[in-house]
Design a protein around this ligand. Sequence first.
Ligand SMILES: Cc1ncc(COP(=O)(O)O)c(C=O)c1O
Length: 490
Amino acid sequence: MNQQTTPLLDAVERLIHTNPAYFRIPGHRLDRGISSRLTDRTGSRIFAYDVTETPFTDDLHAPEGAIREAQELLRDLYGADESFFLVNGTTCGNEAMILSTAFEGQEIMIARNAHKSAMMGLVLSGAKPVYVTPAVIDAWGIQGAVEPCAVRALFREHPKCTALLLVHPTYYGICSKLQEIADICHENNALLLVDEAHGGHLYFDKTLSGERRGALACGADLCVQSMHKVTGALTQSSVLHIKSHGVREEALLRVAQNLHLVQSTSPSYLLMISLDCARYELAMHGEQMYEKAAALAEDARRRINRIEGFACLEETAQTALDRTKLVFSARGLGISGFALDALFLERFNVHVELSDHENVLAVVTYANVQEDLDRLVDACAAISDTYRNAEEKYDTCVIKDRVCFPKLPEQVLTPRQAYFAPKREIAWEDAVGAVSGQLIAPYPPGIPALYAGEVVSREAWEYIEDFRKRGRHIHGADKDGQLRTIKVIG
Ligand SMILES: Cc1ncc(COP(=O)(O)O)c(C=O)c1O
């Protein structure tokens, strides 16, 4: 197929040029009805591309024209059997993967560092999660890769698991040994589902081998990518790919049907066009885009490592990394990741993607420029100058103890059973020992510390309490976001 084309963009363009008397949805009539408050700032042209299903523009839910062709181009670029545009993010892709592969009561293996959308998928499907715990990288206080031996051991205990859902690479850019894990899944007649929300760009590093090559190249049967996160599409635009390995093929046939369940019947053409165009850019320039991001990040990593008190996470024999993710800490200055994040923002107008107790994460993409990285590195140098000889450490958030990831809490109910069970509200401080009626996930990264249906262990409570005390954003907290209360079951 000719990757130089953008079939959906061109189809919408043709529609606009016909100057139609337009009585379809959306009601703003190819931009005429958009508030001038908005168009004064953005210009109006873009809104003309916000159209709907017409004879020109195809239908996402039964594609046979421009959308079909655009999806086929995507499929060919990524080496999939079939690819789908998603307008509700990787969130709906994770839901569809779980819904397609595990039914009510069936067991599915889920990496415990999965995004909270995995729990939403479990609520929809009714499947029973069996959690595989990623290794912890102690020196950095973060979760690392899921080890193939852990997956193998869990299949021995739970041979009926229909699939494994893994996050690869993680938010921090850590890659698991996917090919080995895929082989273990397939030996056990299970599918490998990969949440590749942060990894759509890895396919364009042609120097890569092994686990960093991208999920489809490493044996995944299904994977979802947030094209909006690192590959240039608009927010909410993601894609789902299928690549069959002859295992549980009937499940793969259910994916398209389940995407109907989790996506709007009025998918945004702006989002879909942005996917079409992001795919075009990747096809034309993907390798240069990737190389630019990786070179910027690697240069910054070298420079930050030379600043006193700062250190960057580096690849080791045990830890394969996505080179474009910059994970670093000011541990040597006693400054926590949360405090470093605040310093960057308040004093230097530098926005990092997330922070934790020790580290911050800067996501470097092809669209960053050298000046962005210089500002980041200069901010680190200025912080080092200020705090390395200071009597007082930066006061709000000094690193104390290493974060301790809680052991797996006891699961009493499946997420679906818990979701529909009657609940009562109790004070958060009394929650230890109760069965949680809700998911609790510090955000970002949105990894649940507790799933609904699990017993609130002392460890889990303390882990969450630490985030709460620091005023961090927590999904699942009560109405005022303070987590003063928790809904419990029984
Ligand atoms: C690992 C992971 N999976 C899924 C999601 C959800 O993706 P989306 O925002 O595209 O719905 C996120 C969001 O941050 C994520 O980090």
